[in-house]
Ligand binder design. Structure first.
Ligand SMILES: [Zn+2]
Length: 219
């Protein structure tokens, strides 16, 4: 497993645009907010360089595709994969503002999520997103830590649904990520995915950020 993270410094580094695909460059140009455009370009260029280092190829030559969504079968929002060069390496990318994290594993499905810890009205969000056990856990946490604990749950769930390939259609409240434990075994079954138990780990916290990674529990 390879995990890399970084942040965009607010400007496009030399060579970043050169390694992006035509589609990625189109997306860079389409952002209305120039900063978001830079964040996207930096993260995607860095991920290409990271994967190119693993695969021993030119970062600009990597091609990505999307597997069919485990929920609806469409390919627009399924799990991304490396379509060229042919490889067993799987990867997952998550971005939040200028920050990005990428995880890659050989022959192992992986999902990663990164969120900024921010103040939020947790009570309005919990009923749809948290399981009963997670709500109990949150109720036992001092109020000043509740938003952070909520985001811990959120990143773990997002990591699981990204690994399973169902993405945005997942019922997050049905996934229990056992936030009281340092790492969790999580049951989450979706049609078309051969795995139903996931091993979820929080990545080391960085200032103001929380992230988690999920892989099938058997791997
Ligand atoms: Zn879908």
């Amino acid at each position: 497993m390879v995990v890399r993270h970084g942040r965009s410094t607010g400007g496009v580094a030399s060579g970043d645009l050169d390694v992006l695909s035509a589609e990625e460059r189109r997306r860079v140009a389409a952002f209305r907010d120039p900063l978001r455009s830079v964040h996207y370009a930096t993260a995607h260029a860095e991920v290409r360089r990271c994967l190119a280092g693993i695969l021993g190829c030119d970062p600009a030559r990597i091609r990505f595709g999307r597997r069919p969504c485990a929920g609806c079968g469409r390919t627009g929002h399924g799990r991304p994969y490396i379509s060229r060069p042919r490889t067993r390496w799987e990867f997952s990318l998550s971005r939040s503002g200028p920050h990005w994290v990428c995880a890659a594993a050989e022959g192992v499905r992986v999902g990663v999520d990164l969120e900024r810890v921010r103040p939020m009205d947790v009570s309005s969000l919990t009923p749809t997103i948290l399981s009963a056990g997670e709500r109990r856990h949150l109720g036992g946490v001092p109020p000043e830590f509740r938003a952070a604990e909520f985001i811990r749950c959120w990143t773990r769930k997002e990591a699981v649904v990204k690994a399973s390939g169902i993405g945005i259609e997942a019922e997050l409240g049905a996934i229990d990520v056992d936030p009281g434990r340092a790492g969790a075994r999580v049951n989450h079954r979706v049609t078309g995915c051969e795995f139903d138990t996931w091993s979820v780990t929080d990545l080391p916290a960085r200032a103001g950020l929380m992230s988690a990674i999920a892989v099938p529990a058997c791997s």
